[in-house]
Design a protein around this ligand. Sequence first.
Ligand code: PHB
Length: 400
Amino acid sequence: MQEKSNYDRRGFLLGSTALAGATAAGTLLPAGPAAAQQGKIKVGFMLPYTGTFAQLGVAITNGFKLAVDERGGKLGGREIEYFTVDDESNPAKAPENVNKLVQRDKVDVVVGTVHSGVAMGMAKVVRESGTLWINPNAGAADVTGPLCAPNIFRTSFSNWQTTYALGKVLKSRGIKTAVFITWKYAAGEEAMGGFKEGFEAEGGKMLKELYLPFPQVEFQALLTEIASIKPDAVACFFAGGGAAKFLKDYQAAGLKGKIPLYGSGFLTDGVLDAVGDAAEGVETTLHYADGLDTKKDKAFRLAYAKTFKLQPDVYAVQGYDAGQLLAAGLDAVKGNVADKPGMIKAMEAAKIDSPRGPWTLSKSHNPVQDMYLRKVVGKENKSMGVAWKALADPARGCKA
Ligand code: PHB
């Protein structure tokens, strides 16, 4: 337990006047817990920088750093030092990888990851160590469900949230039957579950759930099966490089224009430059969209484009908001990261002024947020309005 003190170990007063005097006299010897409070805050990124989700990891990192840079490179008055681990979206390596940050680098906060399976491996480690963890993407239900904990926060979404609102959208289009296709792992299964729940609540009927192992992209046989089932619509969860390949294959299989394709917005976010016209007209639901036309979003997009020479996407927004949430925590305790209860309290109460629109955290530490209906028009995921206002994840199994 770190004691807050105005004196260092040898009894030197550490007030600002005393510090200034000591520095001028050349006698300042930083030591002890109070001196440690003056050092840098250690932030550990655990994200994919290789593989099908590599671009997502980069966008999250960029977004986070932008939030810090906008605050003069400091949060709660202290500079930030970054540590980085490439988790390769490999769940088997997750405990070892997160321990590189927690045990070896002794970071104050872990920021990660993208892949739900990796996130579940991280949850177990940070629950034991008590390290503050901000999850800027992975939507695994467990993380804000059965594994929820005071030190675990998410600035993105639950997988359920991203597809639940699609049911209402499909109903309004007169769609009565659907097939869902995705990768066989937590994110795909939970996105499927959210879709099924929302669609059936509107009277829709699921004809089939189709799966392939992550991160495979051999879609041909499943697309042939879809053509023979002839549902009114296809819905899906794919992301990153796999999403781009799926959109192109859907078109090449002759299904585009015949059976309308829907999905969580990851299908079309960050991939439009890579898919030609294969995504044109595709409608998705997500907590971010192009053309929101708010002051905050415009400023964010301008700053991001200027800094990174790239257009931001939903992943950049989630990384940016992870930085904003950490800022809320550290500002409240004036950089005293040892005051974890103080930080947690401030983070729980934060109202995040996000490019996606303002959001707050639920009791299980997952964003309560608007879900937009988006439609691909040219190179944009154009906002068609709010599909579901202030959607909260049910947080099944969270006892916190
Ligand atoms: C996940 O594994 O939770 C996941 C990965 C990529 C996304 C969304 C969710 O775009």
